[in-house]
Design a protein around this ligand. Structure first.
Ligand SMILES: Cc1ncc(COP(=O)(O)O)c(C=O)c1O
Length: 376
């Protein structure tokens, strides 16, 4: 039984919506874009949303729009996807890696405080794996030190912290719609903003510095092509409508894994509920007990066609980053002790109970063989 790590959930409704776009002449910058942005803003109760070509593009434009650049420092977790750090470096600023909370795997406020210097300009709070970060505390820290707070909600659409949706706390917030995400546009993303001024600038930057009403070949600042096509927006609109159904299915799948894995002492499951939080399940990531050889577990599962992921190797230890003179890290004991033990299991809306049973059974056997010292 081949069990993938993730799988998009595309129905006839998405296929019809995309096909309808193909029957029209306008394939970019048209009514689907406008409607998708409207739907995203309305879902979040935010004044505006700007759709862009990827989550990475969204983070890039967020930093530029907030005026972050050379000589500035930006605090972020090392335990996250590398794009978050890459964009900081690419605008000439310095990424400063802070540690994470051992339960939520999100930024630890005490570590964030210890990372602040006179050069700090912003904090990027990532809602890792769909578990909401402690946004109210991070908001207080940002206010206290006059910093921008950017939310990376690429993994967390629909999550809530104290009843409030992820993406509605930051000065700017970024979503990603790659096919492994809760909703997909193939490739794509969006930036949620509370400010009309920011929205106007973001729309110009994503479209080569053009401004509404001017000629196609007039460029008011150096911009980018970070546009999202009409096809992608049509797909995104249907996916967004189906999000509540998707989140229910994912919560049920996570609960099933929790039950199936509860009698394996070498596995620490992810938190299923957190006081005051609603998780938007992105991936299902367990932690193996110290001493279990993760690579050996992964190999055994791969031999049975069960995909797994190392979510996430810390960024500051990545080959592209480990010798970088352009980044700084405070002490990261939690990141360093947890990251080598994490294992993402197959997880998607339509995962079948029998597939989850097979994963749990294979995992149990693999762990027995992978205890340190055991022969494979
Ligand atoms: C936390 C986080 N930030 C940013 C990104 C980048 O998004 P994209 O792949 O759409 O560029 C991702 C995507 O996986 C992510 O998980």
């Amino acid at each position: 039984m081949n069990i993938p790590l993730s799988a998009p959930d595309i129905s006839e409704e998405e296929i019809s919506a995309v096909t309808a776009v193909l029957r029209r002449p306008q394939l970019s910058l048209g009514p689907e874009l406008e409607a998708f942005e409207h739907d995203l803003a309305a879902f979040h109760g935010a004044p505006d949303a700007v759709a862009i070509s990827s989550g990475t593009a969204g983070l890039h434009l967020a930093l530029i729009t907030l005026g972050i650049g050379h000589s500035h420092e930006v605090i972020l977790p090392s335990f996250t996807f590398v794009a978050v750090a890459n964009v900081i470096l690419q605008i000439g600023a310095t990424p400063v890696f802070a540690d994470i909370d051992p339960t939520t795997l999100n930024l630890d406020p005490a570590s964030v405080r210890s990372a602040i210097t006179p050069q700090t300009r912003a904090i990027i709070a990532v809602h890792t794996f769909g578990i909401p970060a402690g946004m109210t505390t991070l908001q207080s820290i940002a206010r206290e030190h006059n910093l921008f707070l950017i939310e990376d909600a690429c993994e967390a659409i629909g999550a809530r912290h104290r009843g409030q949706l992820a993406g509605t706390f930051g000065h700017l917030s970024v979503f990603g719609f790659y096919p492994n995400k809760q909703i997909t546009t193939g490739e794509g993303g969006a930036i949620l903003t509370q400010s009309q001024e920011h929205a106007t600038r973001l729309r110009s930057l994503r479209n080569q510095g053009r401004v509404p009403g001017s000629d196609w070949l007039d460029h008011h600042e150096p911009g980018f092509n970070y546009r999202l096509s009409e096809l992608a927006c049509a797909l995104g609109r249907v996916q967004l409508r189906r999000l509540p159904e998707f989140l229910t299915l994912r919560t049920q799948a996570a609960a099933r894994y929790n039950t199936l894995l509860s009698n394996i002492p070498e596995i620490e499951p992810p938190p299923h509920t957190l006081p005051g939080s609603e998780i938007s399940w992105f991936v299902y990531v367990i932690r193996l007990a110290p001493g279990i050889d993760r690579d050996q577990v992964r190999t055994r599962l791969a031999e049975q066609d069960i995909a797994t992921g190392r979510y996430f190797p810390p960024i500051h230890q990545q080959p592209a980053w480990s010798n970088s003179p352009h980044a700084r890290a405070v002490d990261l004991p939690i990141t360093q002790s947890i990251a080598p033990r994490t294992l993402a299991l197959p997880f998607f809306n339509r995962i079948l109970p029998e597939q989850q049973n097979a994963v749990a059974e294979a995992l149990k056997n693999a762990i027995q063989h992978a205890k340190t010292g055991a022969k494979p």
